[in-house]
Design a binder for this molecule. Structure first.
Ligand code: IPD
Length: 282
């Protein structure tokens, strides 16, 4: 049942929110391309010494916050670089100014601006995603979605092909920044790798989810994402026709996000559950 405080958005309001998300993500991506210095420096580190923040992460978050506050003053904002602004509308913009900061730091061409609008508490355990856009900065590609309105890639509706069996599936994943988490993730990978075509670690969960949405990879899973890493990509994948979930019947949360379709998804979930890929001990 819908929570009484969760606002209902009409079709055209959802479309307008998706268009704003797209404009925010694309214009922020243009700023990153224009202002990227020759040598990117680490400004500080966050969860561990290998989890960097650059000046650009903060500059782009400020840019997004300023624009959202001007255009949607009643909405809340939750951002990777620390913005946690409560709103009064029951809606929250969940933003990742650079998803794939390590790639941005090294000049590896795979980072994205991720913008989503959610209803309800800004927590993946209970939020309702409404609108989303992911802009891949280096490739200039953009994916969007609005609830019930499908997903697009570069303006065209995403149409998925029949799913591949697990043995022929290309699977994207990612790793956390803490050594103990990585040890656990490596153990899970050992269980999975013999059963699939291959694995990809591209370095941006938002892009991984969009690639899964359009079939450029077959499956995606990752333990321990932050809400802003997957808020937009998960809506894009589910609106494209994928199932996006956690393990053991859970919703997609910071514990685990899995995206895929068909028998291959069922088998992937079985392997991840048997390998205790959501083990709280790590
Ligand atoms: C990271 C990326 C990466 C994933 C990490 C995330 P960030 O986001 O999405 O693909 O594996 O778990 O933290 O830190 O670059 O915004």
């Amino acid at each position: 049942m819908r929570h009484p405080e969760v606002p209902v958005m009409r079709h055209h309001d959802l479309s307008a929110a998706r268009d704003l998300a797209e404009d925010l993500a694309v214009s922020a991506g243009a700023l990153i391309r224009e202002r990227r210095p020759k040598q990117v420096e680490v400004l500080e580190t966050k969860s561990s010494k290998v989890d960097p923040v650059t000046e650009m992460d903060q500059f782009i978050e400020n840019y997004l916050v300023t624009r959202i506050r001007a255009e949607r003053p009643l909405d809340g904002i939750l951002g990777e670089e620390g913005d946690d602004i409560p709103g009064t509308s029951g809606l929250t913009w969940v933003i990742d100014p650079i998803d794939g900061t390590v790639n941005y730091l090294y000049g590896v061409a795979s980072c994205a601006v991720s913008v989503a609008l959610v209803a309800g508490p800004p927590d993946p355990l209970s939020w309702q995603p409404l609108a989303a856009a992911v802009h891949a900065v280096d490739f200039g590609r953009t994916w969007t979605a609005a609830t019930g309105q499908g997903a697009t890639a570069d303006g065209a509706p995403i149409r998925q092909n029949p799913p591949a069996p697990l043995s022929r599936s290309l699977v994207a994943t990612g790793f956390g920044y803490a050594a103990r988490r990585r040890e656990g993730q490596a153990r899970v990978l050992l269980e999975l790798l013999p059963h699939i075509r291959d694995i990809r670690r591209l370095g941006s969960a938002a892009i991984d989810l969009c690639l899964q949405a359009e079939g450029a990879v077959d499956l995606y899973y990752e333990r321990g994402l932050s809400p802003w890493d997957f808020a937009a990509g998960a809506l894009i994948a589910s609106e494209a026709g994928s199932t996006v979930c956690g393990l053991r019947g859970a919703r997609p949360t910071t514990t685990m996000v899995v995206a895929g379709r068909g028998e291959a998804l069922t088998e992937l979930l079985r392997i991840l559950e048997a390998a205790d890929a959501d083990d709280p001990a790590w």
